[in-house]
Design a protein around this ligand. Structure first.
Ligand code: RI2
Length: 309
């Protein structure tokens, strides 16, 4: 796939999910490096930077995307020849993809320990990290029942219920606004994350904050399954995580909106769940309370405040 095709697929969500877009972006960078026909190392670096900017500009919220792209681009800091730079990009991209896939497996193992036999779970959107925990608990023989939301406007809940159904897990498919209605029947909420701020706040699919709020009120635990590359280093500097607002036609067809001149359709794709509504964040390095987000950024992502300026 060409770089522009990968970028377009990420933007229109043919490739979606914070982990998947990160892996697709580093693969696109490696392919781009392979076909880059230049002999001057500086030109190579500039062209790679241009490609990196196109990829990171596709979706602004999922920090996995810039974190993954930056982890590849870092190898170009000390390049001496185009050939060495190209090989370093291949190697780093392959390492990232392997690390990401391994992280999903580790999170599933750790997350499954927090799921008990007989639990009723609720999940929102379609997160491979969150679903990994549920599927692993099921694989271990735990009897589970899941509530899965529809996820307006893009309907990612449909992917989730197909996966759960294929695994033979008893699943209830509900509209997003029914989460509060069923929350007292739920033992544990399991969701993924697109970004996690230094204060432990979790950015995830729009509606997550409402569910976490309802869970908090009902004393139902909430766990977030997220690879360490979903922690947002620049939040250390006080930078806010940008919330993507997608095309309004995802919510209301343009011809209907055209007849309602006083109505403005809004379509934020994500919201922010405060740390106090989250019991645990399950990463591949272990389960941590959200308050330890800074430690993950410093120790596992290796970002120091000096690197961020
Ligand atoms: P994994 C998705 O975003 C959802 O918000 C999901 O919870 C999150 O990414 C993490 O997904 P979108 O691409 O990386 O559907 O765990 O907007 O698959």
């Amino acid at each position: 796939m060409l770089l522009s095709e990968t970028a377009a697929s990420i933007k229109d969500m043919e490739i979606r999910g914070a982990g998947r877009i990160a892996r697709a972006a580093v693969k696109a960078l490696a392919d781009y490096a392979e076909n880059l026909d230049v002999s001057d190392p500086e030109t190579f670096k500039q062209e790679m930077q241009r490609a990196a900017d196109i990829l990171t500009g596709t979706r602004p919220t999922a920090v996995s995307l810039p974190n993954a792209v930056r982890s590849v681009m870092r190898v170009l800091d000390s390049l001496d020849s185009v050939e060495n730079a190209r090989n370093a990009v291949f190697l780093r991209a392959a390492e990232f993809i392997e690390h990401s896939e391994h992280a999903i497996g580790r999170i599933a193992e750790i997350g499954a320990r927090h799921i008990s036999d007989g639990d009723v779970l609720l999940t929102h959107c379609n997160s491979e990290a969150a679903l990994g925990c549920i599927l692993e608990a099921h694989r271990q023989g735990k009897e589970l029942e899941v509530y899965a939301t529809e996820v307006r406007p893009r309907g990612q809940g449909l992917i989730t219920i197909k996966t759960l159904n294929d695994a033979g897990i008893r699943t209830n498919y509900i509209v997003d606004s029914a989460a509060r209605y069923f929350i007292n029947d739920v033992d544990l909420v399991v969701v993924g994350a697109d970004a996690i701020a230094v204060n432990g706040a979790v950015v995830n699919k729009i509606g997550t904050a409402q569910i976490a709020h309802a869970a908090n009120e009902a004393r139902t635990n909430v766990i977030v399954a997220a690879e360490t590359y979903k922690f947002a280093p620049r939040t250390i500097l006080g930078e806010k995580i940008e919330i993507e607002e997608r095309d309004t036609t995802e919510v209301l067809p343009a011809e209907v909106a055209a007849r309602l001149p006083f109505v403005r359709v809004r379509n934020p794709a994500f919201d922010v769940t405060p740390a106090e509504y989250i019991d645990l964040i399950v990463t591949e390095q272990g389960a941590i309370p959200p308050e330890l987000a800074f430690t993950v950024i410093r120790d596992y992502l290796g970002w120091r405040i000096e690197d961020l300026r």
